[in-house]
Ligand binder design. Sequence first.
Ligand code: BYC
Length: 483
Amino acid sequence: MPDGTLVDYDGLIPNNVGLNQDARLRRALETWHPGYIDWWKQMGPDGFQDALVYLRTAVGVDADGWAKFDYVRMPDYQWGVLLAPQVEGRKIGFGAHKGEPAWQEVPGEYRSMLRRLLVIQGDTEPASVEQQRHLGATAPSLYDMRNLFQVNVEEGRHLWAMVYLLQKYFGRDGREEAEELLRRRSGDRDTPRMLGAFNEATPDWLSFFMFTTFTDRDGKMQLAALAQSGFDPLSRTCRFMLTEEAHHMFVGETGVMRVIQRTCQAMRDAGIDDPTDVARVRKLGVIDLPTIQKKINLHVAVTLDLFGNEISTNAANAFNAGIKGRYREEHINDDHQLREATYPVLRLVDGKVVREDVPALSALNMRLRDDFVADAANGVRRWNVAIQNAGYDYRLTFPHVGFNRKIGEFSRAHVDPDGNVLDAAAWTKRSGDFLPDAADGDYIASLMQPVRGAGEYAGWIAPPKVGIDGKPGSFEYVRIENS
Ligand code: BYC
């Protein structure tokens, strides 16, 4: 049933793209499948492959298609190929081909550009599963463990989404790229993942919550830009992926929120008025707010690097080609070609941060990054409301975009979280104030003790307000007796 909203679950690979009618593609995907399962068993959640996990599986791509929850062993999860329904008569919305019918096949002149974007996107998905594979062992509750595994299987599905596009539209090259996606490894010296953030460690659950708040939000922005694509199969793929991404950010943002709530409650109960009295707060076995700030700083900076260089011809070319648009392109009121437009970009000139107008076409990475910052800063605001409601005059802040950057304009300087440019000596002296140091890491690690009783939570995190799929507090989200 091609292009429908119902998913065909009859074959090995659930899909709504009519795989049964495309023998060549089905064979290619079925050939890739065992390697994927091997990868999942080797690099997926460590120690929980036999556990029964209460997971949701998409049974349709419309708004109601989410509703199927059940216990599943993760290697048996039905990873499928799901595209949002085709929009009749869809036109390319931007760039040199604006107004032309969206492409159903890869335009020859943009083949390598498209392939590169698909491979970069595809590479991030298994990378995040690899980064998070040890976290099950220290989950603060079965609820959190289940959310981790839900995020992981969906990242696995996102890999399938990109592999589908590579295998269907890029022939032998696509098959080779699909194999490579299973071969690279996060953090490996010889075969690392492609983008910086996906080679970093995710050592503890606060890092996981920060990663899903910020780095998954880069995923949202990039997918939203790719969802605009004139290459219609990519657009439809990304539109469906975005519905999954929303849950990942929910896990992150509410996770950090619950850490903050627990810390504030513990400080209140102990009569602590000064949240910056780190030693006293840590005696309570909760994560102090200054350390949470340092984790925000770390994860925001690593995530901002994922937007590439502020000034980028790659980005300009992709926009001009109609391959990658802007965030909410259809809501922007301009010519959608950026012939004359300029855009303000923060740059480093003579050691100072200055704002300069540059051709908007070359500043598309910067624009997407600005959209990300606006979106992500809302989450930080919500965390601050919780702190204020608990009666504390402490504010978490979103660090300056120049802080601790490895890519782009600010990688040449040391910028503190307030945007001041520091010399190397001052940076060395103060970076421990801005970023988690070894002692912070050791303290957080000491809290990472597993809690596996149904309805029980580690002492450093508050329980969630509501359960998954309306389940009660005592629900056993993961049955681990088998693993
Ligand atoms: N690390 O012209 P520039 C997600 C390279 S997250 C290493 O500025 P461009 C997810 C760049 O590749 C979203 N290298 O680049 C989240 C280029 O190299 P080449 C993932 C980097 O293309 C959580 C050179 O520097 N999706 O989905 O304008 C869990 C020149 O740079 C980095 C995408 O990113 C870096 N950080 O922008 C799971 C969308 N940054 O090719 C999943 C697809 C830049 O000249 N990718 N470089 O050798 C893109 O749109 C763009 O490639 C980028 C870079 C935004 C990444």
